[in-house]
Write a protein that binds this ligand. Structure first.
Ligand code: PLP
Length: 282
């Protein structure tokens, strides 16, 4: 099966999909996106992803020429055509293609859906936990919008990779740790699961919301509040959540060992509960 794209009304192999060099996504990063994952062919937490896409579009005044039901239909068809049981569905909407001028053009949006295969993170990483580093958060003031403008995230992830780390934690000028470059951050302290509160400094991760619900369902207390780097170094457990990251224990932060150096008990329980029941993913 080929990787499949849906682009502005047509399905085609992803390798054949083309957009204009005047597309505002290309020229300005003027657009928003979602990453959705399937387990055994079924998109996971799709309504929450579509809610967030609608919100991101509204916040940047992107007005699509389609409705949610149409988008859902295209996602379903692209996923079915690709045929991957475990797929990454990338959906992107830009303000369209027009001669380069900052103010909004009067053209239709560009709508892309791309379906590619996905695997869970390596078993060894899941079992042994990840290393992360902290870096300054250089992003804009609306990180609640899932914008295409990811240059600070790209720079941070590259710095992490060059340091042999899985993720970069983004630290504000006030010392508050916001989230990872592509994941939300949690710690466990005194048996409670703590994560930064929603607001313009973080993305409202779909996995984050789901994980908080899972934790409460297990009787684990949850808190949403600011976290400093000192609290993270001192946490009993540190973990990340994300659509492709799922739930991943963090065992080293800036070279310091977290807890006993292995993913902790609450992390392991949450990771085991996170995937849809019956999923065959490893
Ligand atoms: C900056 C950032 N935070 C958090 C997340 C996790 O969000 P979700 O759980 O919806 O994938 C992502 C996902 O890509 C992200 O880019």
């Amino acid at each position: 099966m080929p990787d499949i794209a849906f682009l502005n009304g047509a399905f085609l192999p992803l390798a054949e999909a083309r957009v204009s060099v005047e597309d505002r996504g290309f020229l300005f990063g003027d657009g928003v996106y979602e990453v959705i994952r399937t387990y055994d062919g079924a998109p996971f937490l799709l309504p929450a992803h579509l809610d967030r896409l609608e919100r991101s579009m509204a916040e940047v005044r992107l007005v699509p020429d389609w409705n949610r039901a149409a988008l859902e239909g295209w996602i379903a068809e692209a996923t079915e055509r690709a045929g991957y049981p475990d797929a990454k569905i990338y959906a992107q909407v830009t303000r369209g293609a027009a001669p380069r001028e900052h103010k909004f053009p009067d053209v239709p949006v560009t709508t892309l859906i791309a379906v590619t295969p996905i695997a869970s993170l390596p078993r060894k990483l899941q079992d042994e936990g990840a290393a992360v580093i902290s870096v300054p958060d250089l992003r804009w003031g609306r990180c609640d919008v899932k914008s295409l403008q990811l240059l600070p995230n790209v720079m941070a992830r590259q710095e992490a990779a060059e340091a042999g780390a899985f993720e970069a934690l983004l630290v504000g000028p006030d010392g508050v740790v916001n989230e990872g470059a592509g994941s939300n951050l949690f710690v466990v302290k005194g048996g409670a699961l703590v994560t930064p509160a929603l607001g313009p400094r973080i993305l409202a991760g779909v996995s984050r919301g789901y994980l908080l619900d899972l934790a409460r369902g297990m009787g684990v207390a949850t808190e949403e509040r600011d976290l400093t780097l000192a609290e993270i170094y001192d946490a009993d457990e540190v973990l990340l959540s994300g659509t492709t990251t799922e739930v991943l224990g963090v065992v080293r932060v800036d070279g310091r060992t977290v807890g006993d150096g292995r993913p902790g008990p609450i992390t392991r329980r949450l990771a085991a509960a996170f995937r849809p029941s019956g999923s065959k993913v490893g």
